[in-house]
Design a protein around this ligand. Structure first.
Ligand code: NDP
Ligand code: 8X3
Length: 250
């Protein structure tokens, strides 16, 4: 049985991926800051596969390292790392942007991803086996108005994904990115600081991606034969042509 560690497993794409992996018999290490949600998921998904939870903030490198070093023996061989934790904070023109929002996006989406990867990559290179999936975004492929620092954080994920693939190539570790367009999750609630009306409008008037659609693609990606690496994939709903061009029916 393979073991996957998923960051940001308490919500959205991470939670849907955890659920799908449990259904498909992949042992789970679920990570997030919300311990209660992790416990609920452990109870539910633990009916299908062994589940271990780790509560940490990806911004704190020491906590990340200690948490991953604490894994019990039957969970400490990680075959699959899903670097998913992340969010946008704010959607403001650069001149009005909040330093706290900028820090959050760069610290979580970029540095947090690096901290978790740093704690896990050495065991993959030692075994000459492993699969890292970095959750990027269309925001890592193009920049849209007011997206400035979020787009920068996801462009960094795009560069880190390429860099990891180059450096881990001789160690036989698979590295790839999945870059979704708009997916209906808590993402916009976080971006708009719990303004639910504003968040809901983002996903109205078109048939947008659901987190299960991305989980399905992540599951497909990790179940290819080992010589096949899905290196970089952009996934849009049919109604979305780019970050700003969406065929809404309202
Ligand atoms: P959600 O808000 O639903 O989920 C975000 C997850 O990240 C939560 O599980 C949250 O867990 C975790 N997280 C956030 N901050 C931290 C932190 N400091 N430390 C640890 N975990 C953290 O959003 P999505 O599922 O949509 O987002 C998942 C990924 O997908 C992100 O990287 C996002 O950028 C990306 N993405 C999303 C798109 C969308 O339209 N929804 C499109 C393209 C990419 P907790 O709060 O428990 O810590
Ligand atoms: C999330 C998609 O378009 O809100 O990365 O930036 S978008």
């Amino acid at each position: 049985m393979k073991t996957a560690l998923i960051t940001g497993a308490t919500s959205g794409i991470g939670k849907a991926t955890a659920t799908r992996f449990a259904q498909e018999g992949i042992r789970l290490i679920l990570c997030g800051r919300r311990e209660e949600v992790l416990n609920e998921l452990q109870n539910e998904l633990g009916k299908h596969v062994p589940v271990h939870t780790l509560t940490f903030d990806v911004r704190n490198n020491e906590d990340v390292t200690i948490a991953i070093e604490s894994l019990p023996e039957d969970f400490n061989t990680i075959d699959i790392l899903i670097n998913n934790a992340g969010n946008a904070h704010g959607l403001d023109p650069i001149q009005n942007g909040s330093i706290d929002d900028w820090d959050a996006m760069l610290d979580i989406n970029v540095k947090g991803l690096l901290y978790v990867s740093k704690a896990i990559i050495p065991q993959m290179t030692a075994r000459k086996r492993g699969h890292i999936i970095n959750i990027g975004s269309t925001a890592g492929k193009e920049v849209y108005p007011n997206g400035n620092v979020y787009c920068a954080s996801k462009h960094a994920v795009d560069a880190i994904n390429q860099g990891m693939r180059l450096d881990l190539n001789k160690h036989n570790v698979r590295v790839g990115a999945i870059n979704p367009g708009m997916v209906e999750t808590d993402f916009s609630k976080v971006r708009f600081k719990n303004d639910e009306d504003r968040a809901d409008k983002v996903y109205q008037g078109f048939d947008c991606l659901q987190p299960e659609d991305i989980a399905d693609i992540i599951h497909f990606t990790v179940t290819r034969p080992y010589h096949v690496n899905i290196a970089d994939l952009v996934v849009l709903s049919t109604a979305q042509a780019s970050s700003t061009i969406v065929n809404r029916n309202d």
